[in-house]
Design a binder for this molecule. Structure first.
Ligand code: NAD
Length: 326
């Protein structure tokens, strides 16, 4: 099949080449797909998209007009796709649901440890030959209560890693995961999790039900000095409420790999730009906030799995089989 691939980063191209056992041909486009770039689209059988691509009704209709049959997502999350419109238009959307839950879970642990042991400030100080330990007192994970919201693929790996820290593991999910229960995870209500956890990590998808699952009310229920980690999706948390909770010192430390308004910000070098996103700039101003640019998935193992599964998904579709359907 001839595939146009959007939002392609240079680190992906070698994997497209090494994993292409199927003789698909690819056109790589660095730009993301949106209402403007869709007008330039050339003839293709399928398009291949990342989380930065906009797949709303307008774009989907134009893809349909251009005879595109398949949208192969290079991501697990699909909250950037208007799935209802895609189905109504008869467009097939496939994704990579399980490329490396370890990559994301390990990154969430990395954010957690960097915050509990103040690694960012230690690094900055040492570079300036400041060896003072003032303000560097950290916190053990051992003996603490960790709350996990969403115990699917990533949340359950996160629980397995955390089990080694000898802490109490609480979880909130619509579906209880037996593997987590076997690790000693206790399922509780969202309220109990919020009220009793020292550290809370979010691992549920962004849906209409989970948007702002952490809002003003939920933040007010949390323990003073709680550590909050989000590697799920930015809009799981209301950023304005989060900023208030940081100002009020309700939140002791915050680790975000995803940000509510990341779409026009992340995945590009903006070091020469004037950043107009006031909320992001405000978040940056807190010394107890660690922000990363949606890179929790980014390991070589994960990229290889993402590209290889994407190529397989395209090949199955070519043979009339739909795998990893959204
Ligand atoms: P998954 O589908 O395996 O697990 C999600 C879990 O959330 C499920 O157990 C589900 O029951 C639960 N859930 C759904 N709605 C809920 C609700 N209203 N309340 C509580 N729990 C709810 O998904 P996964 O593979 O573990 O991925 C989780 C999310 O992580 C993805 O949807 C994606 O948004 C995000 N993600 C982020 C990155 C990154 O680089 N930062 C990479 C991959 C995935």
């Amino acid at each position: 099949m001839h595939v146009i691939s959007y939002s392609v980063s240079s680190y992906e191209i070698p994997y497209f080449q090494s994993e292409n056992r199927f003789n698909h041909t690819f056109e790589f486009i660095e730009e993301s797909l949106n209402a403007r770039s869709i007008e330039k689209i050339k003839k293709a059988d399928a398009i291949c998209c990342f989380v930065t691509d906009t797949l709303d009704c307008f774009v989907l209709e134009r893809l349909k007009q251009r005879n595109i049959k398949l949208i192969a997502l290079r991501s697990a999350g699909f909250d950037h796709v208007d799935v209802k419109s895609a189905h109504e238009l008869g467009l097939t959307v496939v994704r990579v649901p399980d490329y490396s839950p370890q990559a994301v879970a390990e990154f969430a642990v990395a954010l957690m440890l960097a915050l509990t042991r103040k690694i960012m400030r230690a690094h900055t100080r040492i570079r300036q030959y400041n060896f003072s330990l003032e303000g560097q007192v950290g916190m053990n994970i051992y003996g603490k209560t960790i709350g996990i919201i969403g115990t699917g693929r990533i949340g359950s790996v996160f629980a397995r890693i955390l089990a080694g820290f000898d802490c109490t593991l609480l979880a909130y999910d619509l579906i209880e995961n037996d593997a987590c229960k076997a690790l000693g995870v206790t399922y509780v209500t969202k309220e109990v999790l919020l009220q009793t956890s020292d550290i809370i990590s979010l691992h549920c998808p962004l849906t209409a039900q989970t948007q702002y699952i952490i809002n003003e009310k939920e933040l007010s229920m949390m323990k003073e000095g709680v550590i909050l980690i989000n590697t799920g999706r930015g809009a799981l948390i209301n950023t304005q409420a989060l900023i208030h909770a940081l100002i009020n010192k309700k939140i002791g430390a915050l680790g975000l790999d995803v940000y509510e308004h990341e779409n026009n910000l992340f995945f590009a070098d903006r070091s020469d730009d004037i950043i107009l996103d006031e909320q992001f700039v405000r978040l940056q101003s807190f010394s107890n906030v660690l922000l990363t640019g949606h890179q929790a998935f980014l390991t070589k193992e994960a990229i290889q799995n993402i590209i290889s599964t994407t190529l397989e998904n395209i090949s199955f579709f070519e043979k009339g089989i739909v795998k990893n359907f959204v």
